[in-house]
Design a protein around this ligand. Structure first.
Ligand SMILES: Nc1nc2c(c(=O)[nH]1)N[C@H]1C(S)=C(S)[C@@H](COP(=O)(O)O)O[C@H]1N2
Ligand SMILES: [Mo]
Length: 271
C-alpha cells in the first residue's frame, strides 16, 4: 500500500487561495469574470462594514481634551518623541535676513479684537513664582539684549514662510527680572489681554535659545495685526504656540490651559 504524502499547511492554504482567486481552466471566461466580481464585491462589503463599524466605535469613545481618548494617545506618543529629540542644543535652521519674505502671512485672530485694544497703554503683566505682579512696558524690554533671526515659520494648517523676527530671548528676560525660581517649574502660561487666546509652553521649550519675546518683524516694530507690541516667537513649535499680543505670563507645575489643545490638538506641538 502506497502512502500519500500529507500536504503541509502552507500547501493547503495555497490550494484554498488558488481555488478562490486562481484561474480555473474548467470555467469559461464569462464564469471566471463572474466569480472574480463576486469575490471583489464580498471583500469590499466586508472591509466597508468593518470601516463603518470602527468609525462609529471611534466616534463614541470618551473624549480627552477635544479629541477621542484613542487618538489622544497618538498625540501623546508624538509629544514623547519630540520631547526627547529636542534639546537646548538643537536649533531650528536659520537663514540670512534677506531671504525672509517681505509679505508675512497673517493667520488667527482669536484675542486680536482691535476695538478694545490700546497698544499705547499696553503693558506686560508677569505673575512671579512668589505671586508678585510685575508690570513691564515695551521700552523697558527694548533695553534688554536684542536677538534676531530668520527662520521657517510653520503653521499647522500646512503653510510655511521664512520670516525675520527680533526681540529679547525668553531666557534673557527670565534672568534680567530674577525669575530663576520660575525655571524650576514645568510650564509657562501666556494669554492675550482679553484671555481669548492662551497657550502653555513647557519650560525647556520656553528657555530654548531661539524662544523670543518678540517686538520686531522684518526689522520694524511688530505690527499690531501680527501681535504687536509683543508676541511669542518659538521656532521649535508650530505657529499655534506663537501667541500674538501677549498680556499675561505666569509659571506653574500644572499644565496651563491651551486654546488648541482644548480643541483636539497636540499640547506640545513640537517641530
Ligand atoms: N492671539 C493669537 N495668537 C495667535 C493665533 C491666534 O488666533 N490668536 N493664531 C496662531 C497661529 S495658528 C498662527 S499660524 C500664528 C500666525 O501668526 P501671524 O498672523 O503673524 O502669521 O499666530 C498664532 N498666534
Ligand atoms: Mo497656525
Amino acid at each position: 500500500m502506497s502512502e500519500r504524502p500529507k500536504p503541509s499547511r502552507l500547501a493547503a492554504a495555497r490550494q484554498v487561495l488558488r481555488r478562490a482567486f486562481g484561474k480555473d481552466p474548467q470555467l469559461t471566461v464569462e464564469q471566471q469574470i463572474k466569480r472574480r466580481t463576486l469575490i471583489s464585491f464580498s471583500v469590499f462589503t466586508v472591509l466597508g462594514a468593518a470601516a463603518w463599524k470602527s468609525w462609529f466605535w471611534l466616534k463614541d469613545q470618551p473624549r480627552d481634551h477635544g479629541v477621542q481618548a484613542t487618538l489622544r494617545k497618538g498625540l501623546d506618543a508624538n509629544k514623547d518623541i519630540f520631547q526627547h529629540t529636542l534639546s537646548p542644543g538643537h536649533l531650528a535652521p536659520t537663514y540670512p535676513k534677506n531671504v525672509a519674505t517681505t509679505h508675512v502671512r497673517r493667520n488667527g485672530d482669536a484675542g486680536m479684537d482691535t476695538k478694545n485694544f490700546d497698544p499705547a497703554a499696553w503693558r506686560l503683566q508677569v505673575t512671579t513664582p512668589d505671586n508678585t505682579l510685575l508690570s513691564i512696558g515695551i521700552d523697558e524690554l527694548r533695553q534688554l539684549p536684542f536677538t534676531e533671526f530668520a527662520f521657517e515659520f510653520k503653521c499647522i494648517e500646512g503653510w510655511s514662510q521664512i520670516s525675520h523676527w527680533g526681540g529679547v530671548k525668553f531666557s534673557d528676560f527670565i534672568q534680567h527680572y530674577g525669575l530663576e525660581k520660575a525655571t524650576a517649574l514645568q510650564y509657562a502660561g501666556l494669554s492675550t489681554p482679553d484671555k481669548e487666546y492662551y497657550v502653555g509652553i513647557d519650560m525647556p521649550s520656553a528657555l530654548h535659545p531661539q524662544t523670543l519675546l518678540c517686538y520686531e518683524m522684518s526689522g520694524k516694530p511688530l505690527p499690531i495685526d501680527h501681535g504687536g507690541p509683543l508676541r511669542l516667537i518659538i521656532p521649535i513649535k508650530y505657529g499655534v504656540k506663537n501667541l500674538k499680543r501677549i498680556s499675561n505670563i505666569y509659571f506653574s507645575d500644572e499644565r496651563p490651559p491651551d486654546y488648541w489643545f482644548e480643541r483636539g490638538y497636540d499640547y506640545y506641538c513640537g517641530l
